[in-house]
Design a protein around this ligand. Structure first.
Ligand SMILES: C[S@@+](CC[C@H](N)C(=O)[O-])C[C@H]1O[C@@H](n2cnc3c(N)ncnc32)[C@H](O)[C@@H]1O
Length: 320
C-alpha cells in the first residue's frame, strides 16, 4: 500500500529548485533493498536522490547522474553529507559506463524522472520557456549539441514541420514552420520572444493553452534527443538490473509515456509468435514483470501543492 505522502515546499529549503513528483510512490516501489546499489538517472535538484539515500543503510550506494552542471552543483550542496553517494555528469544514455566507473556491473534499482526541472524551466537564460525572453537555446547540457537556435534558423521547412508535428502534436505545424522560414529569410530568429510572435501569427483566434506550448515542447525534445535517449536507456537498464531489481520511469507527456508503456509491454511478454501458429517457435521470454499495470498518477493532495505534477505518470517494472 503506497502511503500518499509527498514533500512540501515549506518543509524542505532545497525544494525551491524542483519539487520531486510522486515522491513517496517512487521511493516505496523502487527501494526494496536498503543495502543495494541504486541509480538516479535524473538528479535535478536531488529530491528523489535524497529520498533514496534516506532509505539506504550505510552499505547501500546511490549513483546519481545529470547532464546539467547547475543541477550537479546544486545537489552537491544538498547531499554533501552522504558518504554513500556518487555523482556523475553524463547523459544517462551512457548509464552502463557510469555504473562501471562507479565500480559496479549490476544494480538493484534505476530511476528516470524524465524531462526538465523547474529550475531549468524557470531560468530565463536557458530559453526553455515561452514565458521568458531569452536566446533560443533549450540544451540541458549547455556545453554540447545543437541548440533550438540552430534548428529554427537552419533546418529546412519540412524538417521543422515534422518535428513540431511529431514531437509537439502541433496541428499548425506546417503553418508555423512556413512563417519561421519566411521570417528568418529576412533576419535570424534570435529569441524565445521572436518565436512566440511567429507562433501567434500562425494560430487562428484564441486557444485554451498557450499557443507556443507544443512548439517549445517539440523543439526541446529535438534539441536533447529526448525520445531516442529514453528508448536506449530503457533497453540498457533492463540488462543492468539484478534479478528482482526495479526500473521506475516518470514521464510528463504522452509521447514519452507511450514509449515506456510499449517497451514495458514488449519486455514483459512471453511468446510473440503469430496466433495462427500451433506451437511457439519464437522462444521469446519475458525479461521483466509489470509492477504497475496502470501508471501511478499524483494524488489530489500532491496536485494542490504542485500543479506541475499534473501530467506525471510513474511506471515500474521488475527484472525476472
Ligand atoms: C525532472 S528533473 C529531475 C528532478 C529530480 N528527480 C528531483 O527530485 O529534483 C530532470 C533532470 O534530469 C536531467 N536530465 C534530463 N535528461 C537527461 C539525460 N538524458 N541525461 C542526463 N540528465 C538528464 C535534467 O537536466 C534535469 O536536471
Amino acid at each position: 500500500m503506497i502511503q500518499k505522502y509527498h514533500t512540501c515546499k515549506m518543509e524542505n529549503k532545497f525544494e525551491d529548485y524542483h519539487i520531486p513528483v510522486l515522491y513517496s510512490e517512487t521511493l516505496e516501489t523502487l527501494v526494496l533493498n536498503p543495502d543495494g546499489v541504486y541509480v538516479d538517472c535524473t538528479l535535478g535538484g536531488g529530491g528523489h536522490s535524497e529520498g533514496i539515500l534516506k532509505k539506504l543503510s550505510e552499505k547501500g550506494v546511490l549513483i546519481s547522474i545529470d547532464q546539467d552542471d547547475a543541477a550537479i552543483e546544486y545537489a552537491k550542496k544538498r547531499l554533501e553529507g552522504y558518504k554513500n553517494w556518487k555523482v556523475f555528469k553524463s547523459n544517462f544514455e551512457n548509464l552502463e559506463k557510469v555504473i562501471y566507473m562507479a565500480g559496479y556491473d549490476k544494480v538493484d534499482g534505476i530511476l528516470m524522472d524524465i524531462g526538465v526541472s523547474s529550475n531549468q524551466l524557470d531560468d530565463p537564460e536557458r530559453g526553455f520557456s515561452y514565458r521568458y525572453e531569452a536566446r533560443l537555446d533549450m540544451r540541458m547540457n549547455n556545453s554540447s549539441g545543437i541548440s533550438a537556435y540552430e534548428i529554427v534558423n537552419t533546418y529546412d521547412e519540412g524538417s521543422i514541420s515534422k518535428i513540431l508535428f511529431e514531437y509537439g502534436e502541433e496541428r499548425f505545424a506546417r503553418k508555423i514552420s512556413r512563417i519561421i522560414c519566411q521570417t528568418r529569410s529576412e533576419k535570424p530568429i534570435e529569441t524565445t520572444g521572436d518565436l512566440v510572435t511567429i507562433i501567434k501569427r500562425a494560430y487562428p483566434g484564441r486557444s485554451e493553452k498557450h499557443p507556443a506550448k507544443k512548439t517549445f515542447q517539440a523543439l526541446r525534445i529535438e534539441v536533447n534527443k529526448e525520445l531516442e535517449v529514453l528508448e536506449n536507456a530503457i533497453n540498457k537498464s533492463i540488462d543492468l538490473l539484478k534479478v528482482g531489481g526495479r526500473l521506475s520511469v516518470i514521464t510528463f507527456h504522452s509521447l514519452e509515456d507511450r514509449i515506456v508503456k510499449t517497451m514495458f509491454k514488449n519486455f514483459s511478454t512471453g511468446c510473440i509468435c503469430p496466433p495462427r501458429l500451433p506451437i511457439c517457435i519464437c522462444n521469446h521470454k519475458p525479461t521483466i514483470r509489470l509492477i504497475t499495470k496502470k501508471p501511478i498518477t499524483p494524488s489530489k493532495e500532491e496536485l494542490e501543492i504542485n500543479n506541475r505534477s499534473r501530467s506525471s505518470k510513474l511506471r515500474v517494472v521488475e527484472k525476472v
